[in-house]
Each structure stands twice: as C-alpha cells, then as structure tokens.
Unconditional design. Sequence first.
Length: 212
Amino acid sequence: MSRKNKKDFRQLASATLSAGLKGCRRLSCPVCSIVPPHILREIVRNGNTDQQDWAIQNLTRSARLRGQRDVMGNLTTVMASAGTKRRTIFDAKNSTELPGTLIRGEGDPENGDDVTVNEAYDGAGATYDFYKEAFDRNSVDDQGLRLDSTVHYDVKYDNAFWNGKQMVYGDGDGEIFNRFTISIDVIGHELTHGVTQYEAGLVYMGQQGALN
C-alpha cells in the first residue's frame, strides 16, 4: 500500500469511526466489544506499519458494527428457549459472515484440531454455570437462550464482542493481542452485556454505557 493510499485509508477510517460513534449517540448499540476504540487509535498513532494497517481495519470494521441498530431486543418473546445449558460454536473461517459454519454443539467431544473452539465452548459453559449457581439465572436472558459463539472472525481482528444475540471472537494480530477466547474474563465480561441487555436494556453510551 502506497503512502498516499494509507493516508486516504486512515482518513476513511476516521470518518467511518466518527459516523459510527455519532450513531451510537442515537441508538442502543448492539455491539459491546472488549477492546475500546481509543486503544486501537493509539496503535494507529504509535504502532509500526503493519500494526497501523490492521488497527485501522479493526477500527473501520468495529465502527460499522456499532452503527447497526439492535433489533434482537424486540424479539425476545419469540426466540426459542432451550431450558437448559446449550452451546453452539461456529467458525467464520476468517470471514465476517455470521454465524459461520457449525463446528461444535452441546455435548459434542472436544475439537482436536482447534483449541479456540474448545475455549469458546468451555468459557460459555463456565459463564452459564456461574449465573445458574450464583443467581439461579437460566442463561443470559433467564429463559434458556442458546449461547452461540463464532470464532476466527475476520483476519487479525483485535476484538471480541456480544452483538445482541451471540458472541464473536477475533484471533488477534499475534503481536499485541492474542486470541480472545484464551481469557475467561473476556468471555464472562462480554456475555454479561447480554444479561444487561435482557435485564435492563441500557443504552451503550454515557453513564448508562458505563454501567453496561
């Protein structure tokens, strides 16, 4: 990529990010991600050339996602309830199509080829168990919502997020960020955005966003 093209790309990313943030002021944003935009902006300012490129791509992708309106909150009464713990893991195969290819369902044996699949599966299960044992809560919606997760989202995607209906995990760039399924803190944190969504419906901005 030439210097001019990179400059144009950065300007486009900045404009897209700004539009996405303006949209968040008006909407109840569905995407709650673990790595905030200001971290990625610092990488754009201070990283090496490769790091700057993927940080810009991540900012652009995340801003577009945040600009989408969440319609799932209005469909909670018609979504099927599992009644018990039920996890489904999909593989995006480095694309941005969700949910991706089904790779592991509830009760299936461990995937011997992909630790990311197993981490997403186990993390979702541990989070479900915590809410069930500590609060007698049946999944994030307290009605047995199936916990869907997609791994290998995009290329060098430096984030993990709850999009209003499922978990999505990037693999990280391998330099600054590792794969996001490796941390149970990330998984529990992001799934708790789902609890907040169904329990309180807080807008993801300002003081409400801080509570969310």
